[in-house]
Design a protein around this ligand. Structure first.
Ligand code: AGP
Length: 612
């Protein structure tokens, strides 16, 4: 996610902004910038780190006691100097920083272009700066009113701070779906995306709520109004002091924070791409290649690790819903085995980091053989994203924990959208199921929230099995890839040996492993070959294996057979993986913590495997 910082008070703003941006670096970013007002409104910004920004400023005196700063995690527009924030309005009298996504920025930009605005960047943020200025000029309003009117035209998520040359004693901040905290000092205000840059100056903070606008004026009390212009009483809280805990949003590890971010990250991966009430799925990033996807003779999915598991869910989605044959390839194998490819093939490359060497090499090979490449990446402007013909970003925000969690569910969400789009265009799915899937998909974030509510239960199970030497994870159909993912999560952060298998494979060998020392995790939701998986559970029980099951809420049959079970809401079979993986993420997390493992930085692992 982007990082926001703002200051107004008696201090020189530049040092406060710079230090604040450094505090926000842990959030992940690709560019940085500041704007400071001291008679002139000046912006300094560039691609790269905060240290690169300092070099870019290169000792130029930056004076002024009011300013804003930003670390950018690109969502719209490549990471480069021009797209970095802050952004100016047309006159250069307004500067703005933004964390979030404006879904309707293209239509607003078209309107502003008609009114002779010209833009320098590809970002959605710059459009808001011009819109605010346009309103101020045409409706002769003050800064607050112009911001308020503009925000009523915006669709999407935002945390913004606006600085105007004509209002040297005022900062305007607003929030919807992206976090914004206001620090209240003695005759000074601090703004930030989270409390980490604020806590060293003051512990008194106001967390802005959605649709609220804060007016911060020198030597005045904070004022808060809604975008419907109703006054709100600021609720001042006292901050937790532990900086490290603050960086993790109060969670003990980034991994747990990212597991809990999944309702938001899944919502963001769908933002602007689905409208169940209208029966619409739209993926702007692959529009140009939609026809090729719909007419594909075959889809090849190339990825590694967790992304490969997401690809396996993709196989079930595209074949079940869109009836397009799919092959899922380990990129590391695909790139070396001289695969047979042609122009009619679509290759989907899935990568959270967008920098995995094997996946990048697979993309280059497929391109050389004439295939069309579609990317599903999380890092905007990453090498794999840039190497593809088209793609859809997952918009999950930076994933700091080495073990991939929110990226996985965001990847599956994007794959579901792609498969539904193809199915609808190919007419391979009855309209009733298509519409029902859209309605259920829109409500999935709330259901993920419900599953997160099983955390305490999962922790109890983790405590019982924390010293186990081996685990088996079994699933069928859509849940087979989830079994593989659950096993990988446990392996990579707790160092316990775990294997995932299709449940029916047990009788072809693995059942020899079963004894009272071998817990078996069954993903046994009441879908697909449900009756068959019951027999697999009975086979394990007959050999004294311990059974932990992930079941559909209300299912008593599997519950009776299990030693421990976790219930998840009943959803369409195609959407089960997004929910059934959550308890497995939590199980691996708690076992790893109980074993004293370094959850965020497991031994021998890197977040992005850029070497072969
Ligand atoms: C997953 O938890 C691991 N960190 C690893 O398997 C990862 O998924 C794999 O290295 C692929 O990374 P990518 O998605 O960035 O390409």
């Amino acid at each position: 996610m982007c990082g926001i910082i703002g200051y107004i008070g008696p201090r020189q703003a530049y040092p406060v902004l710079l230090k604040g941006l450094k505090r926000l670096e842990y959030r992940g970013y690709d560019s940085a910038g500041i704007a400071v007002l001291d008679r002139e409104l000046r912006i300094f910004k560039c691609r790269g780190k905060v240290s690169d920004l300092e070099n870019h400023i290169n000792g130029v005196p930056v004076t002024g006691t009011i300013g804003i700063g930003h670390t950018r995690w690109a969502t719209h527009g490549e990471p480069n100097d021009v797209n970095a924030h802050p952004h100016f309005s047309g006159s250069g009298n307004i500067a703005i920083i933004h964390n979030g996504i404006f879904e309707n920025y293209n239509s607003l930009k078209k309107e502003l272009l008609k009114r002779n605005h010209s833009f320098t960047s590809d970002t959605d943020t710059e459009v808001l700066a011009h819109l605010i200025e346009d309103i101020r000029q045409h409706e002769k309003t003050d800064l607050f009113e112009a911001v308020r009117i503009a925000l009523n035209e915006i669709i999407g998520a935002y945390a913004i701070v606006v600085l105007s040359k004509d209002h040297p004693d005022t900062l305007i901040a607003a929030k919807k779906s992206s976090p914004l905290v206001i620090g209240i000092g003695k005759d000074e205000f601090f703004l930030a995306s989270d409390p980490t840059p604020i806590v060293e100056y003051t512990r008194n903070v106001v967390y802005l709520e959605d649709d609220e606008i804060a007016i911060l004026q020198r030597n005045q009390e904070i004022k808060i109004r809604t975008i419907k212009n109703r006054e709100k009483t600021p609720y001042i809280q006292e901050l937790e002091l532990n900086l490290e805990l603050l960086e993790k949003g109060g969670f003990q590890h980034f991994m747990l924070k990212e597991i809990y971010e999944q309702p938001r990250s899944i919502r963001d991966s769908m933002r602007g791409r689905i409208d169940a009430s209208k029966g619409i799925v739209s993926l702007g990033g692959i529009k140009e290649y939609e026809r090729k996807l719909i007419n594909a003779k075959r889809i090849i999915i190339a990825a590694c690790g967790t992304s490969w598991h997401a690809g396996l869910v993709g196989e079930y989605l595209f074949e079940d819903l869109a009836r397009i044959p799919v092959e899922v390839e380990y990129a590391s194998e695909f790139r070396y085995r001289n695969p047979v490819l042609s122009e009619t093939d679509i290759v989907i490359a899935i990568s959270q980091s967008g920098e995995t060497a094997d996946t990048l090499a697979a993309v280059e090979l497929a391109k050389a053989k004439g295939a069309t490449i579609i990317g599903i990446c999380n890092v905007v402007g990453s090498s794999i994203a840039r190497a593809t013909n088209a793609g859809s970003y997952t918009h999950a925000g930076p994933e700091i924990g080495v073990a991939s969690t929110k990226a996985f569910t965001a990847q599956i969400t994007v794959l579901t959208l792609m498969a539904l789009l193809a199915a609808n265009k190919r007419g391979t799915l009855p309209q009733s199921r298509f519409r029902q899937l859209l309605v259920e998909l829109e409500s999935i974030p709330d259901k993920v929230n419900e599953v997160l509510g099983t955390d305490k239960q999962v922790k109890k199970i983790a405590r019982i099995f924390q010293n186990t030497k081996n685990f088996l994870y079994l699933g069928r159909g859509y849940n087979f890839p989830v079994a593989l993912e659950g096993a990988l999560k446990l392996k990579e952060i707790s160092y316990i040996h775990a294997e995932g298998y299709p449940a029916a494979e047990m009788k072809h060998g693995p059942i020899a492993l079963i004894d009272d020392e071998m817990p078996v995790v069954f993903i046994a939701t009441k879908k697909g070959a449900y009756e068959k998986i019951i027999s697999n559970i009975e086979e394990v029980k007959a050999r004294k294996g311990k059974v932990i099951s992930i079941i559909t809420a209300g299912d008593t049959d599997v519950k009776k057979l299990s030693d421990y079970s976790i219930e998840i809401p009943d959803v369409d079979e195609a959407l089960v993986p997004i929910l059934s993986v959550i308890p497995l993420q939590l199980l691996s997390y708690h076992i790893a913590v109980m074993r004293g493992c370094d959850v965020d930085q497991p031994r021998n692992l890197a977040k992005s495997v850029t070497v072969e």
